[in-house]
Design a protein around this ligand. Structure first.
Ligand code: ADP
Ligand code: MG
Length: 332
């Protein structure tokens, strides 16, 4: 296992492959996905709807839905100076927690907020119930929920969407995980609340020395908050690198097309659906590069060429076999 030069990865994912068997035909919504997560960074994960972002995070958590199976790849995590295979069952709720897109459906509606947040303290850390509830209230305060004492007795549906998302963040913090996988944590919220929740995540990251993966549709948010970005297309990561570097100088036509679709990176202004054509049906993906059917640079070799991420610069990788075409400034 080779580590990047500058890096001290907290997590290394190599060749992750997830399959779904639908009536005997097998599709691979996550295919040979590899990336590293550096201690203390925010990694942005972007790509159109259906590109496999959520399933990638769920695979890391060992929370794949029924019928969806991890069939290949390895995940390693760092403990001190040692990298060791990660057991998602053991890591979940200890070193990593996931914040879901839809707090309305992700929270158990039958339990009071204080018990939802207290649970990880009780189950994961053996804290007594009363003490765990007191810790839950303290966490509610830490994530900016006003009147936490009173609200701790509420049920999730009695809170606004923004407060529910704060509850979910508090639940993640209650696990004492240092790695948070945030799956479009603000998509379901009003624009003003979105900013508040993102601000909260960044503040908590700083205060608690967290490492974040942030899945978002909003390239302005990636540009502003994420140290590095990984771009997914049809189940594969097609490009990864430092955000400023990738955005200034995309090395994959798909990244370039995404950026061209939201030229001014206006907050909330990019829903990534403005690229011509649509992503391939997973039952019938193109051979070679999966983007080639929408790519204006595609030529014959793209149908047979490998699609693996290759280093084009120190910390920069692209899966395109002729990234220089974009570098020359050919307009998309
Ligand atoms: N529980 C499931 N059963 C069957 N197919 C699924 C399931 N979850 C996701 N998929 C399929 O896997 C692909 C990737 O989904 P997902 O990871 O949710 O994409 P993203 O988060 O990037 O929008 C999609 O084609 C989706 O339809
Ligand atoms: Mg998703």
């Amino acid at each position: 296992m080779v580590e990047g030069r500058m890096s001290k990865p907290l997590l290394i994912v190599e060749d992750l492959r997830v399959e779904i068997n639908r009536h005997g035909s097998i599709v691979t919504p996550v295919d040979e996905v590899s990336f590293e997560l550096q201690q203390g960074e925010i990694l942005g994960l972007v790509g159109e709807s259906g590109s496999g972002k959520t399933l990638t995070l769920k695979a890391l958590m060992g929370l794949l839905p029924p019928g969806v199976v991890q069939v290949g790849g390895s995940i390693s995590s760092r403990s001190g100076d040692v990298l060791q295979p990660l057991d998602p069952e053991k890591a979940r709720g200890r070193i990593m927690a996931m914040i879901f897109q839809e707090p309305a459906t992700a929270l158990n509606p039958l339990r009071r907020v204080r018990d939802l947040i207290a649970e990880p303290f009780i189950v994961g850390h053996g804290v007594a119930r009363n003490e765990a509830r007191a810790k839950a209230v303290a966490l509610m305060r830490a994530v900016g929920i006003p009147d936490p004492e009173q609200r701790s007795r509420a049920y999730p549906h009695q809170l606004s969407g923004g407060l529910r998302q704060r509850v979910m963040i508090a639940m993640a913090l209650a696990t004492e995980s240092t790695l948070l996988l945030c799956d479009e944590p603000t998509t379901a919220l009003d624009v003003t609340i979105q900013d508040q929740i993102l601000g909260l995540l960044v503040e908590l990251k700083r205060e608690r020395d967290l490492t974040l993966v942030l899945v978002t549709h909003d390239l302005a948010v990636v540009s502003e908050l994420c140290d590095r970005v990984a771009v997914m297309y049809a189940g594969r990561i097609v490009e990864t690198g430092a955000t400023a570097d990738v955005f200034a100088n995309p090395g994959h036509p798909y990244t370039a097309a995404l950026l061209a679709a939201v030229p001014r990176f206006e907050p909330g202004g990019g829903d990534l659906t403005t690229i011509g054509g649509s992503p391939p049906d997973l039952r019938n993906v193109p051979s070679g590069c999966r983007f080639r059917t929408r790519c204006q640079y595609a030529f014959e070799e793209c149908a047979t060429a490998g699609h693996r991420l290759t280093h084009v610069a120190d910390e920069r990788q692209t899966a395109c076999i002729h990234p220089a075409w974009i570098e020359r400034g050919v307009a998309i």
